[in-house]
Design a protein around this ligand. Structure first.
Ligand code: NAD
Length: 429
């Protein structure tokens, strides 16, 4: 099938490369010309495992290309996915201006295009958005009626950053919200090449499924962190507790790692957006509100632990290993490291940081801390070492910490192992 994808971020580019690898012809569109040029020269603008190789392969086989020209993309495809960003406003509700603009841009081209075209919202949008924002914008700009001149679907994306391509290609399920059967059947056809159950539903139910999934997972992390904070005070290792409950099939063993909290562009943003939508609809959420409050405070558990061990950190040199919100990504959006480094700097500590992929992004927020070219450089001469991201390379041994001037190692992610490092403390273990 001929596909165009508007927005080439984590979701758009992985969707594009994924569909191309399934034999479709893909055109990626972005308003950012620099991203378009990079993609066309085989360099993904973001870091994701395996993405560069698969992008290059599909470019060589001429199954994917990028453009800044929406007309070129829509005219030369049968289905257009919208995967632009949906950032938060101050009150947590989502800013839909990119969705609206992309819908107007696509609609403008549909005005001139003959034949049937399906527009699919893939961005995470609160229930009713496809019907009340995207669809009217498409109708207004195209002068055509949805369901007659063009079809509309909503197809939420469940990929995880760090495993984005792998997740896109091997989803647990595919959800397709359809305006009508004609729209849905075209998108269904596209996903038949994937080995996953396909759930057909309404537009707003598909939107809600995405939020419900993220809200459940965020709450699960919040719950194990709460248990973890209590375990820490009672001398219990939360990970043993997690193991004990994870075998219970009703609970499951995924998303049961306690630590310094969740970050990234999805969980915090999506739970806040669901809270805002809930209030707008007249229901005051109870649990969701607390999931956010709990997670806002969780990163500082490691700072509090440090203060209990070393009451005055002013002038102390502190090595930070890991800045990204999780391993295998360069994304620092809502990363716990942002709050922790801020607290350390405000308390007068000297921060030496290292992350394999996220330092360029972090430098934009904290230009004045010291950045190191590897973990050993950050550790050397430091009095404290905090581990904030579970990169495999931070699975260090005692000898790696010998160059510290004082040895206080605190862990936020449980990457260090007792067999390799004698003395360290975890935030919840
Ligand atoms: P992103 O910010 O990385 O990328 C969005 C891209 O859209 C940018 O490159 C931007 O230049 C482009 N863009 C904006 N307006 C445009 C327009 N009118 N025409 C063409 N391009 C335009 O965003 P992302 O992380 O890929 O997320 C996209 C959506 O998918 C969001 O709604 C997000 O919540 C959702 N989502 C993200 C993830 C994730 O892990 N990042 C997972 C699932 C769902």
């Amino acid at each position: 099938m001929k596909i165009s994808i508007v927005g080439t971020g984590y979701v758009g580019l992985c969707t594009g490369v994924g569909f191309a690898s399934k034999g479709n012809d893909v055109i990626c569109v972005d308003i950012d010309k620099e991203k378009v040029d990079k993609i066309n020269s085989g360099i993904p603008p973001i870091y994701e495992q395996g993405l560069e190789e698969m992008l290059k392969k599909n470019l060589d086989e001429k199954r994917i290309r990028a453009t800044a020209d929406i007309k070129d993309a829509v005219m030369n495809s049968d289905v257009t996915f919208i995967s632009v960003g949906t950032p938060s406003w101050e009150d947590g509700s989502i800013d839909l201006k990119y969705i609206e603009q992309a819908s107007l841009d696509i609609g403008n081209v549909l005005k001139e295009k003959g034949g049937y075209h399906v527009v699919v919202v893939k961005s995470t949008v609160v229930p009713e958005t496809t019907e009340k924002v995207a669809l009217p914008a498409l109708e207004k700009a195209s002068g055509k009626k949805a369901g007659e001149g063009f079809g509309v679907c909503m197809n939420p994306e469940f990929l995880k950053e760090g495993m984005a391509l792998e997740d896109f290609l091997n989803p647990d399920r595919v959800v397709i919200g359809q305006l009508d059967e004609k729209s849905g059947s075209r998108v269904h056809k596209l996903y038949e090449a994937f080995n996953a159950p396909i759930i057909m539903t309404t537009l707003r139910t598909a939107e809600m499924i995405k939020y419900a999934a993220n809200a459940f997972l965020a709450a699960k992390i919040g719950m194990i962190n709460e248990i973890g904070n209590l375990c820490k005070r009672l001398g219990i290792d939360t990970n043993e507790v997690a193991n004990g409950i994870g075998h219970d099939k009703r609970i499951g063993d995924k998303f049961l790692r306690s630590g310094i909290g969740f970050g990234g562009s999805c969980f915090p943003k999506d739970v806040k957006a669901l809270i805002a939508k809930s209030r707008e609809s007249g229901y005051e959420p109870v649990i969701l509100d607390h999931v956010i409050k709990m997670n806002n405070e969780q990163p500082l558990q490691i700072f509090e632990l440090l203060k209990r061990k070393m009451p005055d950190i002013s002038g102390k040199t502190i090595a930070i290993l890991g800045l990204a919100f999780k391993a295998e990504t360069d994304d620092i959006r809502e990363a716990p490291a942002l709050k922790i480094v801020d607290a350390l700097v405000k308390a007068g500590a000297k921060v030496k940081a290292y992350d394999p992929k996220a330092m360029d992004n972090f430098r934009k927020e904290f230009p004045d801390i010291t950045y190191c070219s590897n973990a050993a450089e950050a550790i050397e001469g430091s009095e404290v070492c905090l581990i904030l991201t579970d990169w495999k390379e931070f699975d260090l041994s005692d000898k790696d910490f010998e160059s510290m001037s004082n040895r206080l190692i605190l862990e936020g992610r449980r990457i260090l192992r007792k067999e390799k490092v004698k003395e360290f403390e975890g935030v919840c273990w």
